[in-house]
Design a protein around this ligand. Structure first.
Ligand SMILES: [Zn+2]
Length: 323
């Protein structure tokens, strides 16, 4: 059984595996998922067992992964008989009822919205023998008894602020275009389906404000920036333009995931084989840049500068640009 989210005891929050990865790589918060306790996201089920009844993580801390990250049971994990996470038939977000969730390789938990403001967490003050959080006094909990467990899990709107989550939905299901066309995604003011929101970077002139992606040709290391050069060119009036995005080194130095980010960039510089770049928030446009060989000459490229590294991602995506 794979879990779309899990309850994190120390943060007193339900997290997706992408939240966990984001926290693991974040140098500004103290978080190491291998030392955290994760439990069943179903409130009734979690309350029925002691704090030793836990879930474990899969691919929570690999910067690069091939198989979709998730939470899973440990051999000792127990659930209530009516826990929706116990059986594939009642599990939330199984999009294909014909197929048990364990057999599905791709990410089935599609967020309906990418929130552009990062989620923040407050660590719970540990107290002995307390496994159930008290509801906040100002906001009385709704009468949970009226809501069947399975319904509760299915009804929860699914939003994320971790860019890697919708990207994994797109990448791991890229062969299933019908599914991607069915699943809605909102970012800011724009609502489209997953298939329409992810745009090959060479078609970035068709529409502004999408998530653009492309296979990386190389990353160039300049004095104050890195330049990610895409494999495919952009054609305007039968003229061929190369496409790149700039990453300012000052921006990276101030990034909360600086260490892992720089390691990834360095490894791409060594070998950019089968790696893809995804970004949101900026659109490449035609620019004149000075030539290296003849500084008084310029040449034309489609380019832009990344302004938020939270909405920028380099990853493997086997076969993504296959025709
Ligand atoms: Zn459970």
């Amino acid at each position: 059984m794979k879990f779309d989210n899990a309850y994190c005891v120390s943060l007193d929050e339900k997290l997706t595996i992408y939240d966990v990865r984001d926290l693991n790589f974040d140098e500004t918060v103290e978080f190491d998922s291998s030392r955290e306790s994760f439990q069943c996201p179903n409130d009734a089920c979690r309350a029925a067992f002691d704090s030793g009844n836990r879930l474990t993580t899969y691919n929570a801390s690999n910067p690069r992964f091939k198989r979709t990250p998730h939470f899973k049971n440990m051999p000792s994990t127990r659930h209530l008989p009516d826990c929706p996470y116990l059986s594939p038939e009642t599990a939330p977000s199984t999009l294909d009822p014909e197929q048990p969730l364990d057999d599905i390789e791709g990410e089935q938990n599609f967020p309906v919205e990418l929130l552009l403001t990062r989620r923040t967490y407050t660590r719970k003050v540990p107290s002995a023998a307390d496994t159930r959080p008290a509801p906040p006094a100002a906001e009385p909990m709704p009468a949970a008894v009226d809501i069947p467990a399975a319904h509760e899990a299915k009804a929860a709107p699914n939003r994320t602020s971790v860019f890697a989550h919708p990207v994994e939905c797109f990448v791991s299901n890229h062969a299933n275009k019908d599914l991607l066309k069915r699943m809605p995604l909102t970012i800011g003011e724009l609502s489209l389906n997953y298939n329409a929101f992810f745009k090959k970077v060479e078609y970035c002139q068709d529409r502004q404000g999408l998530i653009y992606w492309g296979r990386i040709k190389e990353i160039k290391d300049y004095k104050t920036s890195f330049s990610v050069v895409f494999d495919k060119p952009l054609w305007v009036d039968k003229k061929r333009y190369s496409i790149n995005v700039y990453l300012s080194k000052a921006l990276i130095d101030n990034y909360r995931q600086r260490t892992v980010f720089l390691e990834e960039i360095k490894s791409v510089i060594d070998q950019a084989e089968d790696l893809y770049c995804f970004f949101y928030g900026v659109t490449p446009h035609l620019k004149q840049v000075p030539s290296k060989k003849n500084p008084d000459q310029t040449f034309s490229v489609f380019s832009c500068e990344i302004d938020n590294l939270d909405h920028f991602l380099i990853r493997q995506a086997p076969g993504l640009d296959a025709p």
